[in-house]
Design a protein. Structure first.
Length: 538
């Protein structure tokens, strides 16, 4: 079978990228202390790579401790990680990766191709209850659907070790975004002997073994997680940050206070009202990343009154997104009328019809829709809006409650701590909830797939067989232009159903200390690797 070979040298030539590492700029003098303290947003529920969803609190930490076959550089381009080269067959259905020489786990044991096979088979096995296994279907790995439905054992997954250094992956069909998926934690290798020895306790500091730039040393629940450099990492001699501490702070004001006191070097977010002040007085402290994601409010479409599309559409129409992004969030976020952001190249999102109306006209139509659904001043629409604890989320919730007030809508705000919030959404125990959609690769399906009928991330309960049919057709279409047309049709149906309210596309802003260098210039997945950063003298 004919194959095309991509090696590290070829990647570097094609992308003009540097090998993943901290690249010290000319003239920079390294600080004596290289200890990064960053806000993590919340307490991680797990540090097991197979069980960490993108965007969750464990995401940042696991990305520093583990590494997949491929990673991204500071420009967001895919470059070699644990693999030094890869080959793709002419039919696009077989990819063969060759591992770097002398790779080691942090305990000194060699990293083998079989560790990837073990990690993938464990992650796809439905017996584990893993909620990230859907990525194997997204990647079109051979037999993933049958394994997840219980028709085949996980040993039938389309991955095998040809020898200690070579991994062969077979796909159901050519998948243009496959390589971009390889930096997702679900596809990371696992130390088989350690996992089998300690079971679900293998990620405790005293047991854990990692293959990334750092290894776990402390995890103090509800306070912090700490990692230090892994001297067995293949590129440790190019790593500069010696230690990273991740603080589980859900409060932006607490983050800000600790940043101002010198305790934090990088916040997880920026307090909304403080952003404008910083942009005027210290704009160099603000770092922003446009992401492949959308901030939204999810409806529970299985419960009354949100099983009525008229109610959902009325609430969406009444949101003044211009005021929201200019006066409330006000950190450069684009207003969102649809799910897919403009950060996906060459794709034009399908917008709902009301997006072209004036706000006055939208409010009039929203009032009529609610009346048709049986809601008026005598019988006002009442519901609970749930969000996870955060000053920023609370401000947005208050703003929307105010925007809905002219419709006679009465909203009860309910804030919940992270773990309870995630559990409530996962079990459908909510009416309207603050939520999000993120893509792990630059294709519309990265966001749209989550609204297919049986997708594990479909918290709204929305199910439209015609939408699913369009998504399947698009996934089988090799020509990009035709594929994107099908995605536009699917997105149009999604807009008509309104199972969520898109509010804005993500612009992740942080406060970053001026002495910290190596912040990525462009990574739409939001990945910020500590191994690529360093501190300079003041």
């Amino acid at each position: 079978m004919q194959k095309s070979l991509i090696s590290c040298a070829v990647v570097l030539a094609l992308t003009s990228c540097a090998v993943t590492a901290a690249v010290v700029e000319d003239g920079d003098v390294l600080a004596q202390e290289q200890h990064l303290v960053r806000g993590n947003g919340a307490e991680p529920s797990t540090l097991d790579p197979s069980f960490v969803n993108s965007g969750m609190p464990g995401d940042i930490i696991v990305n520093d401790m583990f590494e997949g076959l491929l990673v991204e550089n500071s420009q967001g381009e895919v470059i070699p990680g644990q693999a030094i080269k890869w080959q793709t067959s002419d039919d696009g259905k077989e990819i063969t990766f060759t591992l770097r020489n002398d790779l080691q786990w942090s305990n000194g044991e060699p990293i083998l191709a079989s560790d990837f096979v073990f990690g993938w088979q464990r992650a796809v096995d439905p017996k584990t209850g893993n909620n990230t296994s859907h990525y194997f279907i997204t990647a079109n790995v051979l037999n993933a659907k049958e394994i997840l439905s219980g028709e085949k054992p996980s040993s039938e997954l389309g991955i095998k070790a040809l020898n200690d250094k070579v991994i062969q992956i077979n796909l159901e069909k050519p998948t243009p975004y496959f390589l971009s998926l390889m930096s997702i934690k679900t596809f990371f290798p696992l130390p088989q002997k350690v996992v089998e020895k300690y079971g679900d306790k293998w990620t405790r500091p005293e047991n854990i073994v990692t293959n990334g730039a750092y290894i776990l040393t402390k995890w103090v629940p509800n306070e912090y997680v700490e990692v230090v450099r892994n001297d067995k990492y293949w590129n440790d001699n190019k790593t500069i940050i010696n230690k990273v501490t991740y603080l589980g702070l859900s409060s932006q004001s607490a983050e800000l206070t600790r940043f101002q006191s010198g305790e934090i070097d990088m916040t997880n977010r920026v307090q909304l009202e403080y952003y404008q002040k910083l942009m005027k007085e210290n704009p160099e402290l603000i770092k922003a990343q446009p992401l492949l994601g959308t901030y939204l409010y999810s409806f529970n479409t299985k419960q009354k009154p949100f099983n009525d599309v008229r109610v959902r559409k009325a609430l969406s129409m009444a949101v003044n997104r211009d005021i929201l992004v200019e006066k409330v969030t006000a950190q450069g976020e684009p207003a969102a009328y649809s799910l897919v952001p403009s950060t996906i190249p060459n794709y034009e999102s399908s917008l709902p019809e009301f997006s072209s109306l004036s706000q006055k006209a939208r409010m009039e139509d929203a009032m009529q829709l609610l009346a048709q659904a049986g809601f008026d001043k005598q019988n006002p629409l009442q519901f609970t809006l749930t969000y996870n604890t955060s000053e920023n989320h609370k401000k947005i919730a208050l703003a929307l409650a105010s925007m809905w007030k002219p419709l006679g809508v009465k909203v009860e705000l309910q804030n919940m701590e992270w773990q309870s919030y995630v559990a409530s959404k996962g079990t459908g125990d909510y009416q309207v909830a603050r939520s999000w959609a993120f893509a792990d690769y630059p294709e519309p399906s990265g966001l749209l797939d989550a609204f297919t009928c049986d997708h594990i991330s479909n918290e709204s309960g929305y199910c439209d067989p015609k939408f699913d049919e369009l998504m399947i057709k698009a996934g089988n279409e090799p020509e990009k232009g035709k594929r994107y047309q099908l995605y536009q049709e699917a997105e149009k149906r999604l807009n008509q159903a309104e199972p969520f309210i898109p509010l804005h596309h993500y612009m992740h802003t942080r406060i970053v200390r001026e002495t910290l260098k190596g912040f990525p210039a462009n990574n739409s997945k939001g990945n910020i690797y500590a191994k690529d950063m360093y501190f300079i003298e003041k």
